[in-house]
Ligand binder design. Structure first.
Ligand code: BJ8
Length: 423
């Protein structure tokens, strides 16, 4: 990696702690990703992105800022990136998937809190995330209770957060509220960027983000083949990278990969033909939280789909591209985003139906339901998911875990037994 120390220093990064973080990734990455046999060659681009995770992309963000562009950090797929782009900004996902800085975070947050939230605080408070330090605006959202209260604390004690109010019910009133929030967010982005959002810029941004989602849909659809031409952990990695990579380059590289995967399908290459097919459903898995996918695949299953915000929920719906005015485009954006079936909504029958639909489409033999510790919405919704899958004769295993490795052995034992049962 090039020497980025000066850049990190200028961002106020704690270099010592940051070195520890960066040194921890290569051995894990080697074991989980690089040691796989017969990987698609086009994965080399995504390997480079991970190796340069705090280097090249951060440099690009600084160059963008030097030209007057804003960088916006967010924690949820509900934040409309089209609006950020149309204001000349770049959006980066700030969710964090490691236990870094938990000691710091636990000074102001309860210990018994979802690790995703604690990790976001930990990365900021221990000054090890150059994405966080590059942001001109941090956008939170009122989704689960943990997050909505955490943004209050973050604003008071750490860094100001602009919070979007997400309705809890998809009623007519809920839709109105959400459209209003989308309009307010447009105004906020105009204020941050000093640039008025015009119809042409917004149309381009909608098309660009749709193209990114189309590329991810293409990748996802190829995994319906038997055998899947790509491992689940590689596909998940790409879904994670979608949250911060340069959009045009990412789209091109995903499509190059898909071309290669189509050739592999013709040759019958991919995961073991007789491996049971598994879908993960539930909480997001953000870099570098690869624990569960790795356990599933090293237990002999083929992971073929992620019903998650780092997965289908991020790319399955597109924004209509035919809006002829900013008002119509904002409505189209609001419509598309309100289709996201996060478990924070009630009622949430769409998600239950979608899980069953995906399980059938991907012809899975079983579903592994992934709950991050202390995540009430996904933990409680499990009951309805389990009943719906059982009705269809699809087996499901619920795993509740955090970002630590202490429970890996126990999870592996349970996953192995499940994989054997569905084989
Ligand atoms: S749209 S899933 S990205 S809120 S895991 S912090 S729900 S306690 S991340 Fe999410 Fe948006 Fe919903 Fe998706 Fe809370 Fe659960 Fe933690 Fe979560």
């Amino acid at each position: 990696m090039a020497d980025y120390c000066k850049m990190w220093e200028s961002l106020g990064i704690n270099l010592e702690a940051h070195d520890q973080l960066l040194n921890a990734i290569p051995p894990i990455y080697q074991q989980i990703f690089l040691d796989q046999i017969n990987r698609p060659q086009a994965m080399s681009y995504f390997d480079m992105v991970v190796m340069e995770i705090h280097g090249l992309r951060i440099q690009e963000l600084q160059e963008h800022k030097a030209k007057g562009g804003a960088v916006v950090g967010s924690f949820c797929v509900y934040v409309p990136e089209e609006i950020v782009l149309a204001a000349g900004g770049l959006n980066v996902g700030l969710c964090a998937g490691a236990e870094i800085g938990f000691d710091e975070a636990e000074k102001i947050l309860p210990r018994n809190l979802c690790p995703l939230i604690k990790s976001a605080f930990g990365f900021k408070m221990s000054r090890v995330c150059p994405y966080f330090e590059s942001c001109d605006l941090i956008v939170g959202e009122n989704t689960c209770d943990g997050k909505k209260k955490a943004w209050e604390i973050m604003t008071e004690d750490v860094v100001p957060v602009y919070t979007m109010d997400i309705p809890q019910v998809k009623s007519e009133k809920g839709k109105e509220l959400w459209l209003d929030e989308v309009k307010k967010f447009k105004e906020k982005m105009e204020e941050v960027s000093g640039k008025k959002i015009e119809v042409d810029e917004l149309a381009k941004a909608i098309k660009l983000v749709n193209d990114k989602r189309r590329a991810l849909q293409r990748l996802s659809n190829l995994r319906k083949n038997k055998p899947s031409p790509i491992s689940g952990r590689d596909a998940l990695l790409i879904e994670e990278i979608a949250f911060y990579d340069d959009n045009p380059r990412f789209i091109e590289k995903v499509n190059v990969l898909c071309d290669e995967l189509e050739e592999r399908i013709e040759k019958g290459e991919g995961s073991k033909k007789d491996a049971p097919r598994v879908m993960i459903s539930g909480c997001p898995m953000v870099i570098p939280n690869w624990k569960l996918p790795f356990i599933i695949e090293s237990s002999g299953a083929s992971l073929v789909c992620e019903e998650s915000c780092t997965g289908q929920r991020y790319f399955e719906d597109l924004v209509a591209e035919d809006g002829g005015s900013v008002g119509a485009q904002l409505e189209a954006i609001a419509d598309r985003y309100l289709k996201i079936d996060c478990s924070c909504f009630t009622p949430n029958q769409e998600r239950i139906d979608n899980i069953v639909k995906l399980a059938k489409e991907f012809e899975v033999d079983g579903v592994i339901y992934n709950v991050l510790q202390f995540c009430d919405p996904y933990a409680v919704e499990y009951r309805r998911v389990e009943k719906a899958l059982e009705k269809e004769g699809i087996s499901v295993l619920r795993i509740e875990t955090d970002y630590g490795q202490e429970d890996s052995g126990q999870i592996k034992t349970r996953v192995e037994a499940f994989v054997e049962m569905i084989s």
